[in-house]
Design a protein around this ligand. Sequence first.
Ligand SMILES: C[S@@+](CC[C@H](N)C(=O)[O-])C[C@H]1O[C@@H](n2cnc3c(N)ncnc32)[C@H](O)[C@@H]1O
Length: 150
Amino acid sequence: MFTTPSLPRNPKILDVGAGTGFFTVKLNNRVRQTLRNVHFYAMDVTPAMLISLRKKSDEITPFVGIAENIKSSIKEARKYFNIPLRFDAAFSTLMLHHSAEPRKVFKGIKEILKRKGKAVVIDLCKHNFKEFKTEFGDIHLGFNIEGINE
Ligand SMILES: C[S@@+](CC[C@H](N)C(=O)[O-])C[C@H]1O[C@@H](n2cnc3c(N)ncnc32)[C@H](O)[C@@H]1O
């Protein structure tokens, strides 16, 4: 069952490594059913991904940015777009295994969350498909929970 996490009436939500918006668009549509004034922001390092996302929805604000340096990416993007400095929630799906510095991603997410802000990071469990590195450019073969808790 879908339950909306407790958020303010006009939450600002950031997707880190949004890609073409596969989850961003679905979540935006779903959350909007209960919180009409929600606004989603989609950050990604690959502009072509964001162009594709933009074609799917004009309700989401896309901007180019680096997951290991979210705060500076937002500062830069604010020169051109109306983007908040802090968010009520942030999420990231299937981006972390592409990051050379996952710790910086977690630190960056914490930095841009408001007090009591919520974060969800979803990624692959540890696996042995070494070909993912050459075929998909993955840096990590997933993660084990002990490593994440460090
Ligand atoms: C496997 S896709 C996942 C996209 C989307 N989150 C989803 O679940 O469909 C990984 C995305 O992360 C982006 N990405 C990879 N490294 C990144 C980084 N360091 N900073 C920001 N985005 C990054 C890629 O450009 C790509 O769009």
